[in-house]
Design a protein around this ligand. Structure first.
Ligand code: NAP
Length: 319
């Protein structure tokens, strides 16, 4: 089968399409014929070995995919050959086929496309875990999705709206802000404008928001502390550097600043998250938005695009 291989760390051009043996599923695994593969920013950090996070070389990137079950291990009971599924945590998803544990596979409802399925695991599970489990969101509260036009942000807007929160979202372009409104945000703000958080505070009658889901903490965390309500929670989802912070601003709001990594969700939490996401897909409250479909062979372009400002929705590879 064809797969993308990384044999040295570096820029997007190190992603090469090669012929590799088709993997064989273990007893608790299934073999998936991929129709679409999710491209997440973390895969660019691994490819570049940022913070020494690169896997052992050579490797095939990717963990999220959607497709049709091609084979199942002897102990697999929930799936059979021919089932449509989306998966997370697959070993080397940037490929025509991949294996994943049965626990990390989820039924793909008929009303959801394969490209949408590939947009589910990391973005939507992260959004759900950040908002509901780490952010402890309750209906009637307000949330700022700080970076709402990307894969995680769109998921967060849809989940928050479905849970009865008042939703504010930011994007750096007008098309991004329109997308954020179209996905259910009550207000869309421009994170490139100097006074957008003053406007947010104004829109909340001076109170601020109960929860901030933060996609770029190294730029925004200090500013967030001026926009959070008393007893509010800032959940850090993404950060790409350092910043200096005034701890008193946290004290003044009796605020919680909470980190989250999807990898730290327990197997039980992940199972619950995917039950909720599956129901959201079936009832139409969750509708992944695909920003770009790029052929597997051109994975390098997908890695450039996912790091470009102003791209909207999810970048997926198609097979
Ligand atoms: P993405 O699709 O590239 O979206 C990035 C979002 O950030 C866009 O809405 C972008 O808007 C926005 N943004 C850019 N500059 C910003 C600023 N100054 N302030 C606020 N937002 C800004 O990425 P993603 O897949 O949604 O992931 C978002 C972040 O979360 C990434 O850093 C990723 O590594 C991280 N992440 C973490 C976890 C975890 O487990 N903690 C899981 C998944 C993702 P414009 O382009 O319009 O400016």
């Amino acid at each position: 089968m064809k797969a993308i291989r990384v044999s040295q760390y570096g820029g997007p051009s190190v992603l090469k399409l090669e012929e590799v043996p088709t993997p064989v599923p273990g007893p608790n695994q299934l073999l998936l014929r991929n129709h679409a593969i999710g491209v997440n920013p973390v895969e660019t950090y691994m490819r570049a070995n940022t913070d020494n996070r690169g896997p052992k070389l050579p490797y095939t990137p990717g963990g999220d995919a959607a497709g049709v079950v091609e084979a199942v291990g002897a102990s697999v009971s929930r799936f059979k050959i021919g089932d449509r599924v989306y998966v997370g945590g697959a070993a080397g998803a940037y490929a025509e086929l991949c294996v994943c544990d049965e626990a990390n596979a989820h039924p793909l409802p008929d009303n959801v496309t394969f490209t949408q399925g590939a947009a589910m695991n990391v973005p939507y599970a992260t959004a759900y875990h950040a908002l509901i489990n780490r952010g402890q969101a309750r209906s009637g509260e307000s949330v700022l999705v700080h970076g709402a036009s990307g894969g995680v942000g769109i998921g967060a807007v849809q989940i928050a709206r479905a849970h009865g929160l008042t939703v504010f979202g930011t994007a750096g372009t007008e098309t991004g802000r329109q997308l954020v409104r179209d996905q259910g945000a009550h207000h869309a703000l421009d994170h490139t404008s100097p006074d957008y958080l003053d406007r947010l505070v104004e829109l909340t009658g001076g109170r601020g928001v109960d929860i901030i889901l933060e996609m770029l903490a190294n730029v925004n965390l200090q500013k967030d502390l001026g926009a959070i309500a008393m007893n509010g929670r800032v959940v850090i989802i993404g950060s790409r550097g350092n910043l200096e912070i005034t701890p008193r601003a946290i004290m003044n709001k009796n605020a919680d600043v909470r980190g989250m990594l999807l990898n730290h969700a327990t197997p039980a939490e992940m199972a619950d998250i995917h039950v909720a996401l599956g129901e959201g897909l079936r009832n139409g409250s969750l509708r992944p938005i695909i920003g770009a479909e790029i052929p597997l062979a051109n994975a390098a372009r997908a890695h450039e695009l996912v790091m470009e400002p102003g791209h909207q929705g999810k970048v997926v590879l198609v097979v």
